[in-house]
Write a protein that binds this ligand. Structure first.
Ligand code: GLN
Length: 307
């Protein structure tokens, strides 16, 4: 880990500005294990393609990764099955909440994109069929890319999700009725809830996202995705990564990004760096209030964006 003269001043400045911001939103209420988080917690990390990482605030404190895992399962499945995946899940923004059911009936059980819950369930199902352990595959990948062998599942969060999992179960059963789910629904849900429950810090996730800034190359120099596939994942993050606020996120931040209801957001400046920010207070669309504000300040202050 090198000392930076580039990113540390800007991170300090952003943290001070966030500290002065009064409204921070509310932690996710539907998973009781997440509801207890202090909405004023804040951390942010930036990683460079060479593995250097810088941070501010609670950047080394683990939080619940939740839907950010959808980026990694997508990449892992795409690396295995290639374009055949896109016969089972679309690539269009949904304009609906992340856990919505309504579009599935009109689109024959093919979810709009891999980053809403329905789409992520399809991706996890396919990855599970190919690997026999989708959640384990994800965890091994996150450990390797972050260089942190201590990453693990949070069993309390996973149990809490299962206990409040009727909507995800409904999504999975509904898609299964169209033949778009391979595994028995209880098996898939167990994988999905464990996947969402991974606990990791901003530093871990900024590093683990590095393959998207390195155009598909993993931390050890091997290739996970083709350059073109890495571009595709970044594009889907830009258009679909923050659910029905993806247009607003692109407008304010100008980067591919993916949020989770644990309050984390990852973002990518292809070729230059990856970011992860965490603030557990969410807006009504399920995105971190402090996280979006901090990323907006980062791209404004540094001029780094895809536009
Ligand atoms: N585990 C959550 C769910 O499936 C993930 C949602 C999210 O982070 N947006 O509802």
């Amino acid at each position: 880990m090198a000392a930076s003269t580039t990113f540390e001043p800007v991170l300090e400045r952003i943290a001070e500005e966030v500290e002065r911001t009064p409204g921070r939103g509310r932690p996710a209420g539907y998973i009781p294990a997440l509801a207890a988080r202090d909405p004023r917690s804040f951390g942010m990390a930036v990683a460079e393609p060479d593995g250097s990482v810088y941070g501010v605030g609670d950047w080394r404190r683990p939080f619940s990764v939740q839907s950010i895992t959808k980026v990694f399962t997508l990449a892992l499945d795409l690396a295995r099955e290639g374009d055949a995946l896109w016969e089972h899940v679309g690539r269009e923004p949904s304009g609906n909440p992340f856990n919505s059911l309504v579009q599935l009936e009109y689109e024959d059980g093919i979810p709009r994109n891999p980053f809403i819950n329905a789409g992520a369930l399809v991706v996890t199902d396919r990855l599970h069929t190919r690997t026999g352990d989708a959640a384990g595959e994800l965890l091994a990948f996150l450990r390797a890319e972050s260089g942190n062998p201590g990453l693990g599942f949070d069993v309390e969060v996973a149990a809490s999700e299962e206990a409040h999992g009727n909507r995800n179960a409904a999504l999975a059963h509904f898609m299964a009725s169209y033949g778009n789910i391979d595994n028995p629904v209880p098996v898939l849900l167990d994988q999905y809830f464990r996947q969402c429950s991974v606990a990791a810090s901003c530093a871990d996730l900024a590093l683990a996202t590095g393959f998207l800034a390195r155009h598909g190359i993993r931390a050890d120099g091997t290739r996970l995705l083709s350059r073109s596939q890495a571009k595709q994942v970044n594009a889907v993050m830009l258009t679909c990564g923050t659910y029905d606020a993806a247009g607003e996120f692109a407008y304010r931040v100008g980067l591919p990004g993916k949020s989770g209801v644990g309050g984390g957001i990852i973002a990518v400046v292809p070729g230059r760096c990856t970011l992860c920010v965490w603030g557990p207070g969410l807006d009504e669309r399920g995105n971190s209030v402090a996280g979006v504000a901090a990323l907006e300040r980062f791209t404004t202050l540094t001029g780094l964006s895809v536009f």
